[in-house]
Design a protein around this ligand. Structure first.
Ligand code: XMP
Length: 317
């Protein structure tokens, strides 16, 4: 049984001793895992924790601005926002293999942090919000390789940091949420749905381009808004849009169209190791489909993913 108070006390004193007066750089994606690990470390070492959020251009709508507000205003952390969209998209240009995409994103993340670390002066540690399923599913714990999660499999061999700190590596998602709550984080952040490290790149099938990402961002915002409007956001583990590589024929007032197909995925899960698809009410599906096809230019078809994990994974890539 996970004892959250004990975990906090032990972690705070462990990292306070270990890090001493040295500096820790935090890869702050804005997701639950990295936010909770940062708040935990912040409690232990205060301003010696330097949080860096990289806007990879693969974030959801308004996400980077929200992360920035959260760290600066709510937690008063030492926080830097880096706009790296052009850099990531250039690296991803022409790449359509999912594993290659993940590895490129993982490596670019580390490079950006290394550069930032050099600007900060003496940084000895890198903090990452790796949790147990990331490690299990990357095949580093004797299990079969499913996908290389960017924060494990994509790590380049040469890292110029003394050490990687991963305070959540033995925890499952539900335990991370409990921990966040106990650390005094707001409900809305603690219960935020999981968002993968490689971001929208693994939901934008095939080659990632700015045009496709903008379409996906707009469609995803509709899915999220409609789920919240229906009052279902707290009872669904993850809900999001995928921009499939599929284009199909449609019809509009102006005549024939040839547009993208957006898939919608909503799943119930407790730890993301297994999942089942949510029986969304037809009215919610209708609102999502109607709004996406009306509001998101270039999309003429919406489908709903009715596959459990296994056999499918939660993300499409
Ligand atoms: P899958 O798609 O493997 O996802 O069923 C399980 C959970 O992990 C998240 N996920 C990732 N998280 N880096 C991450 O930090 C990744 O590369 C990655 N791939 C998947 C996914 O969103 C789900 O919650």
């Amino acid at each position: 049984m996970f004892n959250v108070t004990e975990f906090i006390d032990q972690s705070v004193s462990f990292y306070r001793d270990k890090v001493g007066g040295k500096k820790v750089l935090c890869a702050m994606s804005g997701g639950v895992d990295s936010t909770v690990s940062a708040v935990l470390l912040h409690r232990a070492i205060g301003k010696n924790l330097i949080c860096v959020h990289v806007d990879t251009g693969l974030m959801r709508l308004n996400e980077s601005a929200e992360v920035s507000a959260l760290c600066r205003e709510l937690f008063d952390m030492n926080f830097t926002l880096i706009d790296a969209e052009a850099r990531f998209l250039a690296k991803l240009s022409g790449v359509d293999d999912p594993e290659k995409k993940r590895k490129i994103i993982g490596e670019e993340f580390i490079r950006v942090f290394e550069e930032e670390a050099q600007k900060c002066g003496d940084v000895d540690y890198l903090l990452q919000g790796t949790i147990k399923p990331d490690i299990l599913e990357s095949g580093t714990a004797g299990t079969a390789m499913v996908k290389s999660h960017h924060n494990v499999g994509g790590l380049p061999e040469v890292i110029r940091f003394q050490e990687l700190l991963e305070p959540l590596r033995d925890l499952y998602k539900d335990e991370v949420r409990q921990l966040g709550q106990a650390l005094g984080m707001p409900e809305g952040i603690v219960n935020r749905q999981t968002f993968p490290g490689p971001g929208l790149a693994v939901r934008c099938l095939g080659e990632v381009t700015k045009e496709k990402l903008d379409i996906l961002r707009a469609a995803d915002a509709v899915v999220r808004e409609e789920i919240v409007k229906a009052g279902l956001d707290q009872s669904i583990y993850m809900y999001f849009a995928i921009l499939t590589g599929l284009r199909s024929t449609g019809v509009s007032q102006a005549g024939r169209t040839y547009g993208y197909t957006v898939a919608v995925r909503a799943i119930h899960s407790t730890d993301a190791m297994t999942a089942n698809w949510v029986r969304l009410p037809y009215e919610v599906l209708e609102a999502i489909s109607g709004r996406i096809t009306a509001e998101v230019c270039g999309v003429n078809r919406v489908v709903y993913d009715i596959t459990a994990k296994p056999p499918a994974t939660i993300e499409w890539e």
